[in-house]
Design a protein around this ligand. Structure first.
Ligand SMILES: Cc1ncc(COP(=O)(O)O)c(C=O)c1O
Length: 384
């Protein structure tokens, strides 16, 4: 068997060694608490599950779905954008359902990156922007993010190398929890126009925000649609990670090109799931508010624990993560290994999100409150 070069060139899976150690510790009887993966422990709202049950009973949902998604879902996404952001979208040409947001991210470079082209990617950032670019033969160009720049790329001082086609952004951010205001998005739209880039904003966490903060859409910037698309997902807003339903909206040309590519690769989302997604987007939204309150309380538990041991953290305003600086003298990998060995708690080493993640670990807030409190008690005990 000879593996394709593009796969061989993928960066080593940094979490593989950690996974191996977790398995070994569990096999030895340790009660390991994983704060590694960002997968909500809360259930999908009841009315959405019921909508799926009902739709699955209808045999017409059992056939291939349309490549372009159910008209009802495209309309529901467009209407949700209107209500939530005051952004008008044409459901026919400016909205495309995806088999999860990650599917769309992974396919974008195949539509826009030729071998040798470049994409600007946040570092640290969700790894798919860089790996998908590399798989398509492109070169990811890292935009270093740090507490000094509030984890926002310094676009003023940045001049993209030639053949840069895409600019990836993600706010509220995985892994840093940082948020971007409309002023930053205005700057990013102007930057994209100036350098003829397609701005791709990943808004996976736009509904998970704290302390009353409301995240803007990049499409709120006037004329943003000329240069931007925005990706969204039902995964985190409605606790539907396993269902695989997301969308891309914005620039009609870009949306259509991605759709054309996808007609060659997949066959649409299960229609029953699309009907359930309509129920999620158009039905009662009260669970979103209670979910925010749950994550905010968990965020405060994590921030307080590190504060207690002399590691102050500015509480993040969004996402389901806390980005924690490592104590002096430890690398990200060392600190995460130490927490696993000494406290049986799994956290993600920051370098899993790019070289500029060094000096941090990511803590996910997606475990039940009592488990999170137990984990923080152990970390506190260990660091004291
Ligand atoms: C920034 C970001 N984008 C996209 C995704 C994936 O979303 P989906 O479940 O819709 O594929 C994640 C999941 O962790 C994420 O953190």
């Amino acid at each position: 068997m000879r593996v394709a070069k593009r796969v061989e060139r993928l960066p080593p899976y940094l979490f593989a060694e950690l996974d191996r150690r977790v398995a070994a510790k569990r096999a030895a009887g340790a009660d390991v608490i994983s704060l590694g993966v960002g997968d909500p422990d809360l259930p999908t709202p009841r009315h959405v599950v019921e909508a799926l049950q009902e739709a699955a009973e209808d045999p017409s949902t059992h056939q291939y779905a349309s490549y372009y998604g159910l008209p009802a879902l495209r309309l529901a996404i467009a209407e949700w954008y209107g209500l939530r952001f005051g952004v008008d979208l044409d459901p026919e040409s400016e909205v495309l359902p995806l088999i999860g947001l990650k599917e769309g991210l992974a396919h974008m470079p195949w539509a826009f990156i030729d071998p040798g082209d470049r994409a600007l990617v946040p570092d640290p950032g969700y790894p798919v922007y860089a790996t998908a670019t590399a798989l398509a033969g492109g070169e990811p160009v890292s935009m270093p993010l740090s507490p000094e720049n509030r984890f926002l790329p310094e676009l003023d001082g940045l001049s993209p190398p030639e053949r840069t086609k895409l600019l990836w952004l993600n706010y509220p951010s995985n892994p840093t929890g940082a948020v971007a205001d409309l002023g930053f998005f205005e700057q990013a739209v102007a930057f994209s126009r100036r350098y003829e880039l397609l701005l791709c904003h990943d808004a996976a966490y736009c509904e998970i925000t704290f302390d009353g903060y409301v995240a803007p859409s990049v499409l709120e910037v006037p004329a943003a649609k000329e240069v931007a698309v925005e990706f969204g997902s039902l995964s985190k807003t409605y606790n539907m990670t396993g269902w695989r339903v997301g969308y891309v909206v914005g620039n009609a040309g870009a949306v259509q090109i991605l759709a054309t590519l996808k007609t060659n690769l997949d066959s649409g989302i299960f229609n029953a799931i699309q009907r359930a997604a309509v129920a999620a987007l158009t039905g009662p939204q009260d669970h979103v508010e209670s979910m925010r309150a749950i994550y905010q309380k968990r965020r405060d538990v994590v921030v307080a624990a590190f504060h207690d041991v002399g590691l102050p953290i500015e509480p993040p305003l969004g996402s389901i993560y806390v980005w924690v600086p490592t104590p002096p003298g430890r690398t990200s990998a060392q600190f995460s290994e130490e927490l696993l060995e000494e406290a049986s708690v799994v956290v993600s080493p920051g370098t899993g999100y790019g070289p500029h993640g060094e000096g941090f670990v990511r803590i996910s807030l997606t475990v039940p409150d009592e488990r999170l409190e137990e984990a923080m008690g152990r970390i506190r005990g260990h660091l004291r």
